[in-house]
Design a protein around this ligand. Sequence first.
Ligand SMILES: [Cu+2]
Length: 300
Amino acid sequence: MVVAVILILIVVGSVVFHFMSPWWWTPIASNWGYIDDTIIITFWITGTVFVAVILFMAYCVLKFQHKEGRRATYEPENKKLEWWLTGLTAIGVAGMLAPGLFVWNQYVSVPEDADVVEVLGQQWQWSYRYPGEDGVLGTSDARLIDSDNPFGVNPNDPNGQDDILVEGDDLHLPIDRPVKMLLRSIDVLHDFYVPQFRAKMDLVPGAVTFFWLTPTRTGAFDILCAELCGTGHHIMRGTVIVDNAAEYDEWMSEQETFAELAARAKAEEKQQAGLGTPTGDGFEKKVSLVVNEDTAKPIQ
Ligand SMILES: [Cu+2]
C-alpha cells in the first residue's frame, strides 16, 4: 500500500512540478516557435507514457500484492498484447520524430531575400564577418589566417575587400530581417547557440554549416558554445544585439572593412620596421633612404 502511494505521489509531484517549474525556457526572440512546438509534443508523449507506466505499476503493486495461497501464473506469450505495445510505441516514436523532420527542413531552407552573416569560432572566442556593401562575402581559407588577417579572407578576391570584420565585439542583427548564419571554425568543433533564438548548429573545421532565423525581439542575448571545445569552453561566450533598423545602420557605418584593416596592418608593420613616418594618409610618401637594419649602412 505504501509503495503504491509513493508511486502515485511521484506522478502527481512530477506533473505539478512540470507545470509550476520556475526553470522554464526564456521568452522566444526569433521565428522558431516551431522548435518549441516539437519540444512540447515530445513532453506530452513522454509525459503521458511516464504517467501511464507509473500508475500501472501502482495498480499492479496493489492488485497483485502477496496473499496466502496465491500463485503467480506463467504467460510467456501474448500475441495480442505484443501487437498493441508495438503499435503504440511506433506511433509514439513517430509522433516525436516526424514534426522534427518538418521543422529541420524549414530550419535549413533559407529564404531568398535573407542577409548573410558569417560566424567564426575559435578557441575560445566568436568573431563575425558581414558581406559589406556588395552583399557578397569574399572567399576565405584557413591557410591565409595570420595576425593581420584573422579571418583568412582571400586578399585577391574583390568581393572580400568591403567585408566588415567584427573581432572581439558584439554580433549585431537587425530585427525582422531573415538572416542566414554561416558557421566556420578554424580549429576544433564548436556550436553556436543562442537560447532565445531556439537555434544552434555545430561549427565543423573544414566545412561551412548554416541555418537561418529572423530575430523578432530587440535586446541583448547570450551566445554560448554548446560543444565541449577545450579547457576554455566555458568562457567561449558572446553577445548578440538585435537592433531596430536605424540603430543597426548606425552601428554598421562605424565598422571597419577588410581593406581598411589590411591597410592599417600594413601601415603599422611599416612603422614598426622604422621605414615610414605616420602622415595620416596611409604612409603614401616614399622615403628616400632605406636602411638595412642588420648593417645600419645605406643600401641601394
Ligand atoms: Cu567552443
